[in-house]
Design a protein around this ligand. Structure first.
Ligand SMILES: Cc1cc2nc3c(=O)[nH]c(=O)nc-3n(C[C@H](O)[C@H](O)[C@H](O)COP(=O)(O)OP(=O)(O)OC[C@H]3O[C@@H](n4cnc5c(N)ncnc54)[C@H](O)[C@@H]3O)c2cc1C
Length: 461
């Protein structure tokens, strides 16, 4: 379809001011938090399910790619247009529609910012637990798209464990509901299929999420180590003891230094690693559990343990952890986050190999990650304006993911595949696996208009 006609058609649906197509706008929507770039033909900001359905229906009729977008913070190129087309920016659909305390659910639109929902729920004494470090900016639609995790997912599970139902606009503009408020739904688990599908199977326009009562008490500890091995061994030992803390996050020296310069969280600059260990739940029994954790830390060579005395101290420790990705930008202009997952017991061995990869390619690599889940986030620091460094960073990232797979892990814990990790998909899937995935994609999007070129590698001819 001619671009001018496409723009006119979209303006009729959402109004002139909600269709963007200047060079500046298209450039701004041509990147996300990954290293990739592309250019859409037009950006649309719908205000309702009906408008989304009409836009998707137009895209279907004219066979124009359509890419759902929340805040564009995904780290794998998930919102980069690979063949131009329409960016469907859902930021105007940002209402919390219902807080249903009796059924412990909330119904929201996809453009709600994750932290806005969490803050609103706290007023009622409730929580929505998936907490990506980007929660100040990320949207709930984007969280579904990526099946996002976060520090508290060790105990409570990732996004998919908290989504009960959704209203979805299908490839041809038809609107359906999958799942619902009840705990069990007969038939295929389409909700499970949609979560983590990166906008390639449908556009979520409403969602029903599970909420929990806010914990009665929280205890946050900072365990300080002289070696990464000791910190890693502590993680395995805590879980082996049968304790599942709310969080078990690890940070190494390079990251702590960057964080201290920007956030002043009070991390020790001479330590090799720290663990942020948080317990939450009933007050009764928490002291006993925290004593047990202290014992385990001591048995694994901890140098010192600080316990947050109040909410302000706890918030400071978390501000450092959640600001870590941003803080490393002080060290080099660009960072690339790897998102491999390994069995917890392999953490010390794999972290050592990650350091060796850094030495091999002459690149600094910092580590800040969800240690309890074995979900590594090596941050490769470089300058993307230097072609050689960019190439080295990509090779180093690929090598790290290979190391994770060889250790019995996988290539993504929570950041998705997008376009950045298409090549690495063949480290864990066979051509037969890909063909099964392509059949699902063809069934749900026969014209390949929904976020094309993502998640599944193209078939080899
Ligand atoms: C500093 C930083 C820290 C981060 N920390 C974490 C972390 O701790 N844990 C974690 O898991 N991730 C983390 N991320 C990655 C990112 O924030 C998450 O993937 C987040 O869920 C993306 O939300 P978004 O609104 O930005 O989505 P976008 O990036 O806009 O979109 C993400 C994907 O979802 C699809 N999508 C968006 N909306 C919809 C919809 N309504 N229907 C269907 N598909 C849709 C898009 O097409 C795309 O494929 C971090 C990123 C940054 C920059």
């Amino acid at each position: 379809m001619d671009k001018q006609m496409l723009i006119s058609g979209l303006r009729e649906i959402v109004g002139d001011s909600n269709v963007l197509f200047s060079d500046m706008d298209l450039t701004l929507y041509g990147y996300d938090a990954s290293l990739d770039k592309g250019l859409p033909d037009v950006v649309v900001l719908p205000g309702s399910t009906e408008e989304v359905a009409s836009v998707v229906s137009l895209a279907h009729r004219e066979e124009v790619p359509i890419i759902a977008r929340g805040s564009g913070t995904n780290l794998s190129g998930g919102t980069i247009p690979t063949r131009g087309g329409i960016i469907l920016h859902l930021s105007r659909m940002n209402r919390i529609l219902e807080i249903d305390i009796s059924n412990r659910t909330v119904t929201v639109e996809p453009g709600v910012i994750t932290l806005d929902l969490q803050n609103r729920l706290l007023e009622e004494g409730f929580v929505y637990t998936p907490d990506p470090a980007s929660q100040k900016v990320s949207t709930l639609g984007g969280n579904i798209g990526e099946n996002s995790g976060g520090p508290h997912c060790l105990k409570y599970g990732v996004t998919t464990n908290h989504v009960l139902g959704a209203e979805v606009v299908l490839h041809d503009g038809n609107v359906v509901w999958v799942g619902g408020k009840s705990q069990d739904n007969p038939g295929y688990d389409l909700m499970g299929l949609l979560v983590g599908s990166e906008g390639t199977l449908g556009v979520v326009t409403k969602m029903i999420l599970r909420i929990l009562r806010a914990p009665e008490d929280v205890k946050t500890m900072l365990a300080i180590y002289n070696t990464i091995e000791d910190a890693g061994n502590t993680v395995s030992a805590i879980i082996a003891e049968g304790i599942v803390p709310a969080t078990l996050e690890m940070m190494d020296q390079l990251v702590m230094k960057a964080v201290e310069e920007s956030v002043h969280a009070g991390y020790p600059l001479d330590a090799a690693a720290v663990l942020i260990i948080e317990l939450d739940g009933l007050r009764d029994g928490m002291e006993r559990q925290s004593q047990k954790i202290l014992e385990i830390c001591r048995a694994n060579g901890v140098r010192d343990i600080q316990i947050a005395k109040d909410d302000a101290e706890r918030a400071r420790l978390w501000a450092g952890r959640k600001g870590a990705f941003g803080a490393v930008s002080r060290l080099r202009p660009t960072y690339m986050v790897c998102d491999g997952t390994v069995p917890r017991t392999k953490l010390p061995e794999v972290l050592n190999k990650v350091l060796q990869v850094g030495e091999k390619y002459g690149l600094s690599i910092g580590n800040v990650f969800h240690a309890g889940d074995g979900n590594l986030h090596p941050l490769i620091l470089f300058d993307e304006r230097d072609e050689k460094e960019l190439e080295a960073a990509k090779e180093a990232s690929s090598e790290i993911l290979k190391i994770c797979v060889e250790a019995g892990g996988t290539i993504s814990g929570e950041h998705g595949i997008g376009i950045e990790k298409l090549e690495e998909m063949s480290l864990i899937f066979s051509e037969a696996d890909f063909e099964a995935m392509r059949r699902v994609k063809r069934a749900m999007d026969p014209r390949d208009i929904l976020n094309p070129g993502k998640v599944i590698p193209a078939a080899q001819c």
